[in-house]
Design a protein around this ligand. Structure first.
Ligand code: AMP
Length: 209
């Protein structure tokens, strides 16, 4: 199954994609994670991407399209994949359709006020890649899964969050109508508990847990 998870930042795309990856044994392809890895490794692509990510802007289309195109050629993607955070513009969606067939686009819907709360309280573990909300952590500095220090992503600071939401509304939200017109869109609520939201996704995909 070739899937796209669409939705604003903080909607839970990454959390649900990672769970579905484990359940269905298909890779989660997160362009955000790939770009952050390039930044950590200090590659020329990482250097180029950093300024855009830190400002909450989108990295240029040609950069992410190239990344995804190469990744989808790998063996583990041949029986399906979950794209998480890509495409984010109509140009990216058009390019994607030229090299792969998409089966379904899961659009996770969430109101802006909830997104703001979620993202400003989000902490991530750079070691095991876990994502947590401060309200659920006994110690907001320590990863409950692996014990390493948690960090707040630079682009989860309040000013950058606002910009990311604007960017989403302007550049990414048009993909909802784009995929609806292609008959590929299914919309699920993103405002329940993680389990409830995940069950909603399984249901629209026709998957049993
Ligand atoms: P994410 O982890 O998906 O929230 O992505 C973090 C940041 O990486 C975004 O705010 C963008 O700056 C950049 N990014 C991730 N995916 C894309 C994409 N498909 N197109 C452009 N920029 C992207």
């Amino acid at each position: 199954m070739n899937l796209i998870f669409l939705g604003p930042p903080g909607a839970g795309k990454g959390t649900h994609a990672s769970r579905l990856m484990a359940q269905e044994q298909i890779p989660q392809i997160s362009t955000g994670d790939m770009l952050r890895k390039s930044i950590r490794e200090g590659t020329s692509l990482g250097l180029k991407a950093k300024q855009f990510i830190d400002a909450g802007e989108l990295v240029p289309d040609e950069v992410v399209i190239g990344l995804v195109k190469e990744r989808l050629k790998e063996a583990d993607c041949q029986k399906g994949f979950i794209l998480d955070g890509f495409p984010r513009t109509v140009e990216q969606a058009e390019a994607l359709s030229s090299f792969v067939k998409i089966d379904k686009v899961v659009n996770i819907f969430l109101a802006d006020e909830i997104i703001l709360k979620r993202l400003s309280g989000r902490r991530v573990c750079p070691s095991c890649n876990g994502t947590f909300h401060v309200s659920r952590l006994a110690d907001e500095k320590i990863c409950p899964d692996c014990g390493k220090d948690l960090i707040q992503r630079k682009d989860d600071q309040p000013e950058t969050i606002k910009n990311r939401l604007d960017v989403y509304a302007r550049q990414t939200a048009p993909l909802i109508a784009y995929y609806q017109a292609k008959g590929l869109l299914v919309t699920v609520p993103g405002d329940g508990s993680v389990d409830e939201n995940y069950q909603g996704i399984l249901k629209v995909l026709g998957i049993n847990e």
